[in-house]
Design a protein around this ligand. Structure first.
Ligand code: KIV
Ligand code: ZN
Length: 511
């Protein structure tokens, strides 16, 4: 079998320097339903800069005053990454990029028959003239110019080359090839980029969309054929199904191709989370590199292998991307996994106790339940006999809320056998109840509610509400809590107490 070095030498025409242009703040923000605040854009730009991407497309300044404001603020940060502004091939759009204090314009115009005839209603000659005028204008104003032939992959090859030839003569510094509707496949990408590469000496950039799930594969193929730059987004965000994913491209290059672009990849996981939080687009658990299951193992055979040598069932270490390995307990759990989990929590069980805990985990898994670490600690603690009763139990709740009154909750809890009651207000009844709980438990535990999710799981006004929460304590323990109830305040309180009780049990095992 040939090794990667041989393949590289024989089949690849890699550029000496590969640039990463991140467009999370522009194409990523075009994800349906996503809008970022100026502050969020600044935070993401800083993180991209610290990761080490070469270029950041900060926005489309001509599209709104807010875009100019955020672009200007990012420009004033003095980041190392080159900052890019998008512009149609119009002087006014290029002026907006200049007004945003950006020195690099990404100027585009549609070149395919569909764009010429149905969107721009311009003949070929006019497209060329407009593109050239824009490039010349931007160059005259001292900008670096990347020219995009929008919908390049559905443009007649001879016309695409005519446009590229003219903008190169006008001074374009980069030629970008957008696969605007994501119709490219690797073999076509190979032919197209090789053809462009052999006809133009100007650096080639690619901007591939993910409609068929091939954006990363196509981008890698383009690099193999000599492309100098790839447009990417964090989490693969972008129009419709998104763009080539930053984390997939960078890690595949590093791990599978052995090409280190010099980025601090240990920042990828936290960047993905930050972007997920700001955009509200949460990654599926099976998202490559940054998904919650990327380094999670449940099956007994896999966990056994992982515990001996993580390379058996992982292509790279989770630390490489700032992620962490997770051994998940459930119906496929083997004894080795359970032993390692118990060791992690310093829980010693005798053989009989071990078998009982093992059986309980298997039967929870069989009944379709997800068994978290905290569930395990709670089950094992009960088996050890060290848990008395559930530490905190709700004994009473009354809510007053309505128009022109501050929502107030009176909550009564029994904490380790002692009843306590208090009232507090909040922005709504749930907030008021949680504030009251916080007051009541403050002497027992210091907790923070990290995540709160409320979902109606049946329809109608009598719908069942399901609340899922994640809490953490000051010692870094995290626990989940879940509850289902027709009353959303009650569901919220029970879910929060469920997670707090687990944290208390973990603390008691630890001490
Ligand atoms: O997908 C696309 O064609 C674009 C252009 C603006 C380059 O995002
Ligand atoms: Zn795009």
């Amino acid at each position: 079998m040939k090794n990667i070095e041989t393949l590289k030498n024989e089949n690849m025409n890699l550029a000496d320097k590969i640039y990463i242009l991140d467009t999370t703040l522009r194409d990523g923000e075009q994800t349906p339903g996503v809008a970022l605040t100026v502050d969020e854009k600044i935070q993401i730009a800083r993180k991209l800069n610290n990761l080490g991407v070469d270029k950041i497309e900060v926005g489309f300044p001509a599209s709104s005053k807010g875009e100019i404001e955020s672009s200007k603020k990012i420009a004033s940060l003095g980041l190392d990454s080159t900052l890019v502004g998008l512009a149609r091939s119009l002087k006014s759009d290029i002026d907006a990029v200049i007004d945003s204090d950006l020195g690099y314009v990404h100027s585009f115009i549609g070149t395919s028959p569909l764009h010429r005839d149905y969107k721009l209603k311009m003949p070929k000659e006019k497209i060329i003239e407009t593109a050239v005028d824009a490039v010349e204008y931007a160059k005259d104003h001292g900008l670096t110019v990347e020219f995009s032939a929008e919908d390049a992959t559905r443009t007649e090859r001879d016309f695409l080359f005519d446009v590229f030839g003219e903008v190169v003569n006008a001074g374009a510094d980069f030629l970008d090839v957008p696969d605007t509707v994501g119709v490219l496949t690797p073999i076509v990408a190979h032919e197209l980029i090789s053809d462009i590469k052999s006809n133009f000496s100007t650096p080639i950039s690619v901007h591939f969309h993910n409609d068929f799930g091939l954006a990363t594969a196509n981008s890698l193929t383009a690099l193999e054929c000599g492309a100098n730059q790839v447009h990417v987004t964090v989490n693969g965000l972008g129009e419709r199904t998104g763009n080539c994913s930053l984390e997939e491209l960078v890690i595949t290059l590093k791990v599978a191709y052995g090409i280190d672009l010099g980025l601090d990849t240990t920042r990828l996981y936290s960047l993905s989370h930050l972007v997920g939080r700001f955009t509200g687009v949460k990654m599926p658990v099976n998202k490559p590199i940054v998904g919650e299951n990327a380094f999670a193992h449940e099956s007994g055979i896999h966990v056994h292998g992982i515990l001996n040598n993580s390379n058996t069932y992982e292509p790279m270490s989770p630390e490489l991307v700032g992620h962490s390995r997770r051994i998940v307990l459930g119906k496929h759990t083997g004894a080795n996994a359970l032993k390692s989990k118990l060791k992690e929590y310093h829980i010693d069980l005798n053989d009989d106790q071990f078998c009982k805990v093992f059986d309980e985990i298997k039967s929870l898994g069989d009944s379709g339940k997800c068994v978290t670490d905290d569930d395990l600690v709670a089950i094992a603690t009960i088996e050890l006999g060290s848990a008395r009763e559930t530490p905190i139990v709700i004994k009473g709740l009354s809510i007053s809320s309505g128009a022109n009154v501050s929502p107030t909750a009176t909550v009564k809890l029994e904490i380790d056998g002692v009843e306590k009651e208090t009232a507090n207000t909040g922005v709504g009844p749930i907030d008021a109840a949680l504030n009251a709980i916080r007051n009541l438990i403050q002497d027992s535990i210091d907790v923070e509610l990290e995540e709160y999710n409320l979902e109606a799981i049946t329809g109608g006004t009598d719908a069942l509400a399901e609340v899922f929460v994640i809490s953490s304590d000051s010692k870094g323990n995290r626990s989940t809590g879940r509850s289902t109830n027709q009353d959303i305040v009650m569901a919220s309180i029970l879910a929060v107490l469920d997670s707090i009780n687990k944290l208390l049990l973990i603390q008691r095992v630890d001490s």
